[in-house]
Design a protein around this ligand. Sequence first.
Ligand SMILES: [Zn+2]
Length: 254
Amino acid sequence: MSVHRPPRRPQLWWPLLIASQLLVVLLWWRLGWAVGLPLLLASHAVCLWGVLAPASRLYGPVLTRLPGEGVWLTIDDGPSDDTRALLDLLDAHDAQATFFLVGERAVARPDLVREIAARGHGIGNHSQTHPQAMFWALGPARMRREILECQRTLTGITGRAPVWFRSVVGHTNPFVHAPLREAGLARVGWNARGFDAVKADVDEVVARIDADLADGAIVLLHEGAKHGHNVAMVEGVLARMQAKGLRAVLPRTG
Ligand SMILES: [Zn+2]
């Protein structure tokens, strides 16, 4: 069975938002501000949770674990100076991963992108410019551009359109899912991460991931972080997988 499910009703949040706010107004009017105001704030908190919580499905579907056996390794933010070392490491462990690439970084190093594909790994869409401070607040036009330009970039380099999308820093606002549907992309989250993009301690990062390393796990990893230890972290995770008898797999899409 395919686990690849692009959003089907990306605009559904819109009538739900209107209905919820009409309900708040109605209750405020009937029962007074002591009920209405907390309800108003609570309804806005839910909308914000839907944006900031990486596994939230408020605005559209997200895959956060795989059915069956195997572990899906996902590596964000490339291509980078780490990419070649990562490819060699994965080969040495006979493992496959999906690289979620940033469009403008791919344009700068198309040879690395082609090599990822040629060596049997997956390539996913991680936005054109990786606007990490602002991604959660992008409006519909800029969001569409971030997603569709990256899609065109990666398709142009490899000849194949990516089918998976990873939100920038895991944030997903109401305008993400319409362009995903347009491009046939499904959003992927994770259920194992070690904060490897910011934490520099290899053992600590690997131990955090190890706690959730089991069949069905989707592991969030990064490349090219400033601390320079991403390759050692992926190596640590591969060693733990070997010790636990876990196989790296890519999900079925068809
Ligand atoms: Zn990223």
